[in-house]
Design a binder for this molecule. Sequence first.
Ligand SMILES: CC(=O)SCCNC(=O)CCNC(=O)[C@H](O)C(C)(C)COP(=O)(O)OP(=O)(O)OC[C@H]1O[C@@H](n2cnc3c(N)ncnc32)[C@H](O)[C@@H]1OP(=O)(O)O
Ligand SMILES: CC(C)C(=O)C(=O)O
Length: 567
Amino acid sequence: MIPQQKPSGMPFHRYQPFKPVDLPDRTWPSKTITKAPRWLSTDLRDGNQALIEPMDARRKSEIFDLLVRMGYKEIEVGFPAASQTDYDFVRYLIEEDRIPDDVQISVLTQAREELIERTVQSLVGAKRATVHLYNATAPEFRRVVFGVNREECKGIAVEGTRQVLKFAEQYLGDTEYFGYEYSPEIFIDTELDFALEVCEAVMDVYQPGPDREIILNLPATVERATPNVYADQIEWMSRNLSRREYVCLSVHPHNDRGTGVASAELAVMAGADRVEGCLFGHGERTGNVCLVTLGLNLFSQGVDPMIDFSDIDEIRRVVEHCTQLPVSPRHPYGGDLVYTAFSGSHQDAIKKGFHALEADAAAAGVPVDEYRWNVPYLPIDPKDVGRTYEAVIRVNSQSGKGGVSYVLQRDYSIDLPRRLQIEFSRVVQGYTDAEGGEFSGERIWEIFTDTYLSEGMVGIMAHRSETTGDGEYRISADVRLRDEIREISGTGNGPISAFVDALAGVGLKVRVLDYSEHALSEGGDARAAAYVEAEVDGRVLWGVGINSNITTASLKAVCSAINRAQS
Ligand SMILES: CC(=O)SCCNC(=O)CCNC(=O)[C@H](O)C(C)(C)COP(=O)(O)OP(=O)(O)OC[C@H]1O[C@@H](n2cnc3c(N)ncnc32)[C@H](O)[C@@H]1OP(=O)(O)O
Ligand SMILES: CC(C)C(=O)C(=O)O
C-alpha cells in the first residue's frame, strides 16, 4: 500500500490562492524566445539596497565597470535621493566620464517633489540618462501605506511624472538622450484595469512618440503567483496599452517563490521587451531575477544573450567581493559545483559523452570547440564560460568506475581497460566509504600506485631475450623473489608467455587472461603502461606495470598481479 501523507498542522488557512487572470485566448504558451530582450541591471540600486553592507563608491564602481565590460547598456546606478553615497556615485560617474557613450544610466526616485528634484540634479552633465519614478498601486498599499483611493494614487504617478519633466527641463538641457521610466510598484497585486489606467495617465503626461519611448516597468515586487499568472498579466497589459509601439514594456521579477527566472522568461514570451534584474540574483529578500541565469539560459538554447559571460568566475569574484555575499555553489551556471558530477552514472555518461563529442566533431571535420554541444548532464560546455574540465568529474563515495578512471586518464594519462576500471573503482570505494569526503586526483593516484605499483613478493630486476629461428621467444630474467635474487628462464610465443613459463620454474603459477598496453607520453622519454589480467592461485586480478621499455612494463604487470594475489 502507498504510504498516506498526513496533514501538516501548518496554518495554511491564513493564505489565499492568487487570483488567476481571465485570458482564455492567451498566446504566450506557444511562443519561444528567439532573441535577447533588453536588459537592465539594477545591481547598483535594487541589488545594493538589500545588502547587509551597501556598497561604497569603490565597490559600486567595480560593479559598474564589470557590467559595462559584460555588455549591459542600461544600468540603474542608484537612488540618488536616498543617501549622499548614492548621489556622489552618480556625480562621480558623470564628472569622471566613466559612462561609455552607448550606456544609458538610470536612477530611481519616489514620487515626492523634493526627492525628484535632487534625483534629477544628480544627472546634470550626463549624456544619456533615465529617471525612473515609482509609486505603489496595489490595493493594500493604497489602503495601508498611503491611505489613498485609486484617483489619488493615480494622481501621485501623474504629478510625479510632471515634476520629472519639469526638473528635467530645468536641469538636463545638455543631456543628449533623456529617458523616462515609470513603475506601478506591486504591479503583480494591482487590479489590471487600474494598472492600465495609471500607466495611460502617466503616458498622457509624458506623451511618448517617435524617438520618445516610455519605459513602463511592471514589477513582481513580491513574487506571489505562479509564473503563468505573471505572463497573463503582462500579455494583458501588452494587448491593452495604447501607444504600444512607443512603449518599452519592462518586467522586474523578484524571486520570493523561487520562480523569478521562469516569471521573466514567460513574461518575455508574453510580450515584455525588457527585463530588469541583478547578477546572481541579488536584491531585496530572495533577490531580483538573476541576469546570469537568464542570459545563459538563452545561450543554452542557441540564442545570443548579447552579454559576455565567457569568464563566469571573474564575474562571480567581482560580485562576491562587492556584495560581500557568497554565490551558492549550486547557483545556475556560476556556482562552484554546477559543472561537477560526483555520482557514478552521471560520470559514466559524461565520460562517454565527451568521447562521442570528440569522435563526432572529428568525423564532421569541425574543431570540437565549435561542434554542436551535446554532453549528458552538462547543459552547456563549461569551457564556454571559462571553466576547465578539471572539476567536471570529482570522486567521492557516490562515484563509480567512470569517475575514477576519468580522473586517472585526465591527470595521469592512464587509460584503464574496462575490467580493471571495475576492479580499481571497488578498491577506491573501500577507501571513500572508510574515509568519507572527496578524493582528489593525487589521492586516487596514490591509491593506484599503492595497489598496483608498489613492491611485493616478486620483482623484475633485468631481462634478456632472443627469438629463435622458428619464432620461439626465450627469456632469462633476474627476479627478486622475496629476499633472494634468482635468475629464471623460460620460453613462449612472446615475452609474457616466456616469462610466465620462467616463473612456473620457481613455483609461481600464473595464467594470463587479458593484456593491453599504451604509451603514457610521447618523445624520447616516453613511458608505457601495461595491464595484465591474470589468474593466480585461483584468483583473477589485474596487475599494472609502467616503464620506458614496453617489455619491462608488461613483465612488471605480471609481477604486480602475482603480488596482489599474495596480499
Ligand atoms: C520596491 C523597491 O525596491 S522601491 C525602492 C526602495 N528603496 C528605498 O527605499 C531605498 C532608498 N530610500 C530611502 O533612503 C528613503 O526611503 C528616502 C530617503 C527615499 C525617503 O526617506 P523618508 O523621507 O525618511 O521616508 P521613508 O523612508 O520613511 O518613506 C516612507 C514615506 O514615503 C512615502 N512613499 C514611499 N514610496 C513612495 C513613492 N514611491 N512615492 C511617493 N511617496 C512614497 C510613504 O508613503 C511614506 O510617507 P509618510 O512618511 O508620509 O507616511
Ligand atoms: C521600484 C520598483 C521597480 C521595484 O524595485 C520593485 O517593485 O521591486
